[in-house]
Design a protein around this ligand. Sequence first.
Ligand code: GN1
Ligand code: MG
Length: 370
Amino acid sequence: MNRNEFNVEKIAKEFQFDGQYQKAKRNTDGHINDTFIVYFTKDDGKEQRYILQRINHSIFKEPEKLMENVMGITQHMREKIIAAGGDPLRETLNIVPTVDNKALYVSEEGNYWRAYLYIEGAKAYELPESAHQFYNVGKAFGKFQRLLSDYPAEKLHETIPNFHHTKLRFDALVKAVEEDVMNRAKDVKEEIEFAFAREHDTPILVDLLEKGQLPLRVTHNDTKLNNVMIDTTTGEGICVIDLDTVMPGLSLYDFGDSIRFGASTAPEDEKDLSKVWMDLNLYEKYTKGFLEEAGASLTKTELEYLAFSAKLMTYECGIRFLTDYLQGDTYFKIHRPEHNLDRTRTQFKLVADMEEKMDEMNKIVEKYMK
Ligand code: GN1
Ligand code: MG
């Protein structure tokens, strides 16, 4: 078995799953963890599905602490969902414990596994199916932030320190260019130049945070469209998933990262850059949804930097892909040789497009400000 193959059936035996194991299917959407959908048949003959995931512990170095975070925040949200008359089995993640009643199973090879109930009747998307759907995604992330607005931030472990510290991400790129371990820098001069030309943007949000001009909140930090389950009947964003990076952060990180991924007209790894730009209509719908749910609690400074945050988060993600490309693709999973380079290029194309549209993006925020 190579490092990407696992005996899923054997691992599944370690969890309190109901019924008879049938099969497992790998889900390849995420770039970090290994995710499987496992199928069981219950005694009454009905199918029951679960999510079984290997946490990438070279990236999340303390999986136990990570699961403490997930337990704390899902419990907090569960209480609020119940109080509001919602369905806690669908509107938040539900951990399935191991046979020893733990949140994690550590295998003989030293891998960390956890399981969740599968959310039935819902689907995650790589591109929005419609602007209205993206509006619903904005509402879902806005609501997520609202539900966690009174969660004690000091209870959260920082699962990846300095995750959205754009300036440090920039420094990491500079180091990767200097070291050039794969001898690839010569082939990506244009991309490096594009990144270096925007160094002045990198300290803006972190400086405002340090000066106390932006509030620290409990944020998701990885608000990709495919991290929201969309109800297949109502079309609503029913549940926010992938809670591994929930940490104290800026609301701007969540808004910006959503636009980066979901307001793009093409997938993150599109090779044909003529297909890639930032769709202002999608941007507007998301802004409307997000502000409807979370807007009332945002400060004037947060609102002022909302549009900029979309550009900054896209730039940051681009420099992370470029850094990984230069370092030999050790962080993000790749499915073809230049995958990280293709991803870098879409992000930078989006950044350039947002720079041109910044005035309109700011006007849209003003339109939906309360
Ligand atoms: C990773 O695991 P996934 O695909 O949800 C990454 C995000 C990036 C994203 C880019 C822990 O998210 O920060 O924005 O890829 N997660 C981590 O698509 O680094
Ligand atoms: Mg994910």
